[in-house]
Write a protein that binds this ligand. Structure first.
Ligand code: PLP
Length: 289
């Protein structure tokens, strides 16, 4: 049990990585990955996630750095790109990890927030993956329990033990009532997760359809509650985000904040209700047209 995926990932990186180690980190990435790697004394090696590769790492590129890295950190479904990895991709990655001897971390906090028929897979579904992988999950996203701080780590015994070495000297687990709520959520997960998916699907469609009315066509993401898109007219992502705040009163995250390869992109988070999302999209649409 971890106090949310963020805590688990942070302590795992501290447990497993240190000076002299190189760690493969997606670019763009949820910022705690490169930051925790720096804090541990190790060095992040950027692994570009490009739109033309469906925001998956390029396997040839990974083969080039495979024998230099100790650990490759993945996060699928992905924040910020909303990219989804299929089982075939995970099979290829596990094969590379076995060939070059690096370990794998997958942060799959968004695995229940998908909109198609197929549920995004766990890397642990690949035969042999458990020998070199750890996966993090959380109740924050699926059950809207972000403030409650509860999640889990599963996978290779040695990797879990490394995490435990730090954790048993750091915290003593969440308050009992939070654990009871988590048990309830997990026992009713099919129904609760289906409701959450419906909510984000409606929000996604409202926001994207409204912007499309104004001529900004954004491909609808297949998972997560993020929309990751190129900023119009090749503008600078930071200035564009500032303008959205100033002229539309809409807060977004500029792509450049997630890494060099986030340049030129912007991330919307569908964390407001339908009425406010529609209003936000209308303001942006009017301002752009
Ligand atoms: C990829 C990723 N991992 C972890 C977290 C944090 O999750 P938790 O609340 O479980 O710490 C987030 C939240 O934004 C996230 O996007």
């Amino acid at each position: 049990m971890v106090l949310g995926s963020k805590e688990g990932v942070a302590h795992f990186i501290w447990a497993f990585c240190g000076p002299g180690d190189s760690i493969g980190i997606s670019d763009p990435s949820y910022p705690i990955y490169p930051n925790q790697v720096w804090l541990s004394g190790a060095r992040p090696v950027p692994v570009p996630l490009l739109e033309e590769n469906r925001f998956l790492p390029d396997l040839d590129n990974l083969a080039k750095i495979g024998n230099k890295i100790k650990l490759l950190c993945l996060n699928y479904p992905n924040n910020p790109t909303a990219g989804v990895a299929d089982l075939g991709f995970f099979r290829d990655i596990v094969r590379l990890a076995q060939k070059y001897g690096f370990y794998l971390l997958n942060d799959c906090v968004y695995s229940e927030l998908y909109f198609g028929k197929r549920k995004p897979p766990s890397i642990l579904q690949v035969p042999g993956a458990k020998e070199r992988s750890i996966e993090f999950h959380s109740l924050s996203k699926t059950f809207n329990m972000a403030g409650w701080r509860i999640g889990m780590a599963v996978g290779n015994k040695g990797l879990i033990q490394a995490l435990l070495r730090i954790k048993q000297n750091t915290d003593s687990g969440p308050f009992g009532a939070i654990q009871d709520a988590a048990i309830y959520a997990l026992n009713h997960s099919e129904k609760l997760a289906a409701e959450t998916r419906k909510l984000y699907l409606r929000r996604r469609n409202i926001f994207c359809d409204e912007l499309a009315h104004f001529g900004w066509q954004i491909p609808k993401p297949a998972a997560t509650f993020y929309i990751w898109t190129k900023v119009p007219n090749k503008s600078n992502s930071y200035n564009f985000a500032l303008s959205l705040l100033k002229y539309c009163r809409v807060i977004t995250a500029p792509g450049i904040g997630f890494g060099r390869y986030g340049k030129g992109y912007i991330r919307f988070a569908l964390v407001q209700n339908e009425k406010r999302l529609r209003q936000a999209a209308k303001r942006i649409g009017r301002w752009l047209s």
